[in-house]
Design a protein around this ligand. Structure first.
Ligand SMILES: O=C(O)CCC(=O)C(=O)O
Ligand SMILES: [Fe+2]
Length: 357
């Protein structure tokens, strides 16, 4: 594929820079030269189906707890995971205050001077193998985005040593958000286990590690329609919970060969099936490709919470009928994540690699 060779070529030969800085520096006069490496010739290859945005399934988590289980809601969750791989979750139980605080602090963090943010950077691999802490641009270096990651595990393993201390309330808001999202992940994974009749023991270690990635997509004044905030990819995670930090949209998901823009309900969390959950469900639940478009005038901010098994764990496909054919090999989480990071963001290549056919 022409775009593939172009990506590896560009990625290895041009040094990375912080795009927030680039956008601010060149505001109003971003030349074609400055933008060259971000231009995506293939961006318009597939149609964008705005008319389908309203169909993104909505799952009411309040109707999927063991005390209050409604079959209708369970059927909706199953449909969302099988047919869309992406859905919105309402009644998720995260207090409004926790949402307000994390959004405010992420916004303030990205407003800090670049050298202050860089001081929180860690070398690749520090996040127990899960990726870099502060990435000036994402790993493929072609995306119009800056990212900052932290890793969080439930106590006593939680280690906040590398978490930023600016703004002053950031550690607290990150911890509160992390704890709340752990609970949401637990509820969703438990409901999925029940729906698929999978032994809860098998599910329980699949979301032991949480990686929070904060994404900042600066406005692109020149040729925004030719630049991507985030290349098409599926997440290597088990389950991802995504939240828009401000109201600027841009996320699009792959559906029937086209792109469907996501317009989240203001109170909803967005949830997507990750590659490892697709593997575990032997392909029944779909880890869907998605990408982010950027805006000419407004910055977009979002925060992704990747819920993953421990790095030294394995994920094996679970079959529910004796005749069901195994579609995936058992994967070592470490190998899978490393493989995903090395091929990064080029469609579903990592997942294709572990198929049995
Ligand atoms: O910003 C977004 O909406 C998407 C981010 C994303 O796909 C990711 O962090 O994996
Ligand atoms: Fe993603």
């Amino acid at each position: 594929m022409a775009s593939e060779s172009r990506i590896s070529q560009v990625a290895t030969t041009i040094p990375v820079r912080n795009v927030q800085d680039l956008a601010a520096y060149d505001a109003g006069e971003l030349t074609a030269d400055a933008l060259e490496r971000y231009i995506r010739p293939d961006i318009d290859k597939d149609a964008v189906l705005y008319e389908h945005s309203g169909e993104l399934p909505v799952v009411d988590l309040g109707r999927l707890n063991p005390q209050h289980w409604e079959e209708e809601a369970a059927a909706k969750l199953r449909y969302a995971c099988e047919e869309w791989g992406f859905f919105q979750v309402l009644s998720h139980g995260v207090p409004e205050e926790v949402m307000v605080n994390i959004k405010r602090d992420i916004q303030e963090f990205f407003e800090l001077p670049l050298d202050v943010k860089n001081a929180y950077a860690q070398t690749p691999g520090d996040l127990q193998g899960y990726g870099q802490a502060y990435v000036v641009s994402n790993d493929q270096k072609l995306d119009w985005a800056d990212m900052f990651c932290i890793i969080s595990q439930p106590p006593p393993a939680r280690d906040m040593k590398h978490w930023p201390t600016q703004p002053l309330t950031f550690r607290k808001s990150l911890e509160d958000y992390s704890v709340e999202l752990e609970k949401v992940a637990h509820s969703i994974v438990t409901a999925i286990g029940k729906i698929l009749n999978i032994d809860p023991e098998l599910m329980s270690d699949k979301y032991a590690v949480q990686v929070l990635r904060m994404n900042y997509y600066p406005p692109c004044t020149s040729m925004p329609e030719k630049v991507l905030g985030f290349s098409p990819h599926s997440d290597a995670s088990f389950l991802t919970i995504l939240s828009q930090v401000n109201s600027v949209e841009g996320l699009q998901i792959r559906r029937h060969g086209a792109w469907v823009p996501v317009k989240p309900h203001p109170e909803a969390l967005l949830v997507n099936v990750g590659d490892l959950l697709e593997i575990m469900t032997n392909g029944k639940f779909k880890s869907i490709e998605h990408r982010v478009m950027i805006n000419a005038r407004k910055e977009r901010l979002s925060v992704s919470a990747f819920h993953n098994p421990k790095f030294d764990g394995v994920v094996a496909p679970v079959t529910v009928t004796p005749t069901e054919k195994l579609l995936y090999r058992t994967v070592k989480v470490e190998d899978y994540i490393k493989h995903h990071l090395s091929n990064k963001l080029d469609g579903k290549r990592a997942l294709d690699h572990v198929k049995t056919f």
